[in-house]
Design a protein around this ligand. Structure first.
Ligand code: ZN
Length: 397
């Protein structure tokens, strides 16, 4: 009997925009270990919070739609039950919360753990941000939502296709839009009471683009990020816009889509920044590596703040909101640029993959290069060549 096997040509490698492409860009080697490793899946703090806040925002929207609870929501009564549900859901997937960011107990007098006392549940950073995201953005965001978790799929030519060597002449690309908003063209943006629409109307590129389209309705792609706003000109800043632009391309191929005018990214850490976040914000402001305007009072506070004093820095709510919302303009030219960039990323992943298949060691096939922050939170640093080098440099001869 002859067993039929599918020819190599028909195996189309499938890439997720965030899970593969952005993850590879963060660190090639970390991506390799996280995705294709034999080690148990690991979850750096930032990734756990990302999963958590996405789940919380989705459930909060459904609760708002079904029960129409008036804002501000009470954390203990309205938000904490959602958090506990999401925590359970993540645990079922093997994802456990970092205990210095999230109190896992629902009742008083349970184990002290890292909480300090047994007066659970505690509102630690993850919860404070969930509360901020719901009460600060929810009242304006939820009414704009037309659908959530929109699945996108597309196919592209394999870059640098090489017959006999490449795995396939195509690759699949997929992603999920957190929130899709559909707006009517005659919506009066300037006089709206909606804060998000006001932010949009103050953006000149957006304004021009809305005026130029002929459709009755248009769409806005919204994405949540469990991180601080990246520095202007940083890699993350660029990568996040590529992500939105690629979503726009994938969405535009779906039958029910309308012209996509803009993307909005919510950087949710900005609402309740950690000390580590504030240190980066301070650096961005002092070096001028930010596009967000700052008032004198916030600017003075940032200039005079010293992380060594151990005090938390309270910035104004307006400044925090300005920093947490980013508008990405969507133009055909920038879409094709983003697609080209991701083609290059796919080509690099494929090269590393082929190298490893051909017998090169993992470390020789996948580059270990990342920002310090990524390395600090990485589970693989003990055997990463990047870290070995830095450890060697630290040793006294
Ligand atoms: Zn606790």
């Amino acid at each position: 009997m002859k067993l039929s096997s599918r020819s190599k040509e028909y195996m189309i490698p499938e890439y997720s925009l965030t899970g593969d492409l952005l993850s590879f860009l963060t660190c090639n080697l970390q991506y390799r270990y996280q995705n294709k490793g034999t080690l148990p899946p690991s979850m750096p703090k930032q990734l756990w919070f990302g999963e958590f806040i996405h789940g919380v925002m989705e459930e909060a929207f459904l609760k708002w739609k079904n029960e129409n609870i008036v804002f501000d929501w009470n954390w203990l009564n309205h938000i904490r039950p959602i958090e506990e549900m999401i925590d359970l859901r993540l645990r079922a997937r093997g994802l456990y919360p970092p205990l210095d960011q999230f109190c896992p107990y629902s009742r008083k007098n349970e184990d002290k753990s890292k909480c300090g006392d047994t007066n659970h549940p505690h509102k630690l950073f993850a919860s404070a941000r969930a509360e901020g995201a719901i009460n600060i953005w929810g009242p304006d965001l939820f009414p704009l939502i037309s659908s959530t978790e929109v699945l996108l799929k597309g196919i592209r030519d394999m870059p640098n296709y090489n017959k006999g060597i490449s795995r396939s002449n195509y690759y699949g690309i997929n992603g999920i839009i957190d929130v899709l908003s559909s707006l009517k063209i005659d919506q009066n943006l300037e006089n709206s009471n909606n804060t998000i629409l006001k932010y949009l109307s103050h953006n000149n590129d957006f304004y021009q683009r809305v005026k130029s389209i002929e459709s009755e309705e248009y769409e806005i792609i919204i994405d949540y990020k469990g991180m601080k706003r990246p520095a202007l000109n940083s890699n993350s800043w660029k990568h996040h816009s590529w992500q939105i632009l690629t979503y726009a391309w994938l969405r535009s191929m779906q039958e029910d889509s309308k012209p996509i005018v803009a993307g909005i990214i919510f950087y949710l850490n900005e609402l309740v920044p950690s000390i580590e976040d504030i240190i980066s914000i301070q650096k961005d402001v002092l070096k001028g590596e930010t596009d967000v305007e700052i008032g004198k009072s916030d600017c003075d506070k940032i200039k005079n703040w010293n992380s060594d004093d151990g005090d938390y820095l309270f910035l104004s709510n307006n400044f925090k909101m300005d920093r947490s919302i980013r508008i990405v303009n969507i133009e055909d030219k920038s879409i094709s640029n983003a697609l080209n960039e991701f083609d290059i990323v796919v080509s690099n992943i494929e090269d590393s993959f082929i190298k490893e298949t051909n017998g090169f060691s993992i470390k020789n096939s996948w580059k270990a290069e990342a920002e310090k922050r990524t390395c600090d939170a990485c589970d693989f640093r003990s055997f990463c060549s990047n870290e070995e080098l830095s450890l060697k440099n630290m040793k006294v001869p």
